[in-house]
Design a binder for this molecule. Structure first.
Ligand code: ZN
Length: 107
């Protein structure tokens, strides 16, 4: 049922290496998503650290497409460049977006 092929590091043959980030899903597309996370940047003028947002595009493997929604916290890992803007792939979902959880599912 799932055809992950070269799209997935778990079932497919897409190998991952390099950096790994955790972030919040801000946009979702059929095979791709955008995530954002905060990082600290040193500002020399003030000798302080400032917060900056990083946006990243990542491949969304077919097996996780149903499970990941906007607002979820996910983990991505660097892989070979899959397109001009994609060189990360989703490897895990860390936290469900609380606002999306259905309140009365266990009753
Ligand atoms: Zn898969």
């Amino acid at each position: 049922m799932m055809s992950c092929g070269s799209q997935c590091p778990i079932h497919g043959n897409l190998s991952v290496r390099g950096r790994s980030f955790e972030g919040v899903v801000i946009k979702k597309f059929p095979k791709r998503l955008t995530l954002a996370f905060e990082r600290t940047v040193y500002v020399r003028k003030y000798e302080r650290y400032a917060k900056a947002m990083t946006k990243l595009h990542a491949r969304l493997p077919p097996c996780m497409e149903q499970d990941i929604h906007i607002g979820d916290v996910i983990r991505v890992t660097e892989c070979r460049p899959l397109s001009k803007i994609i060189h990360f792939v989703v490897v895990a979902k860390i936290k469900q977006n609380d606002a999306r959880q259905k309140p009365r599912e266990d009753q």
